[in-house]
Design a binder for this molecule. Sequence first.
Ligand code: GLN
Length: 181
Amino acid sequence: MTGPTVGVLALQGDVREHLAMLEQAGARAVKLRRPEELAQVDGIVMPGGESTTMHKLARAFGLFEPLREALRGGLPAFGTCAGMILLADRIEGGTADQETFGGLDVVVRRNAFGRQVDSFEAELAVTGFDAPFHALFIRAPWVEKVGHDVQVVATVASGDAVGRIVAVRQAHLLATSFHPE
Ligand code: GLN
């Protein structure tokens, strides 16, 4: 039996780590960079990295509109960190010309955790998981507001940011503030 073919958005960021984890999980993992590659995948992972750079490169590769359309058409997607930003309908703290693919009815705040806790690790209770999940946050965003159809999957359990939303799901879209890979 072969698993699904999952494309990892390979414009910038931690692409290799996602490819390796997807293979380990039984999927066929491929890099995705060009619009014509969209037809070959059953789903897509948007990695952590720099959302502004990924946006610019997606435009440069002619991938921006086709990927946006594919997401609208129901392509399953998992965005992590910068990937969460790219899936959000609205962002706070973006650059003036920053666009997102969108699809998730949320407001995401970039670099939300601030300087002091730039990067940190935390144990999270994730809906549907039996055990706490060890999550790594690197200049991470959080979800500021969620629309009606968005399910909150995990929030921060302690510290200054307690209660902040760090994982959400809406239909075929999943996004986490943290790096799971
Ligand atoms: N701060 C980054 C951005 O705005 C995201 C950081 C990450 O993906 N680890 O794109």
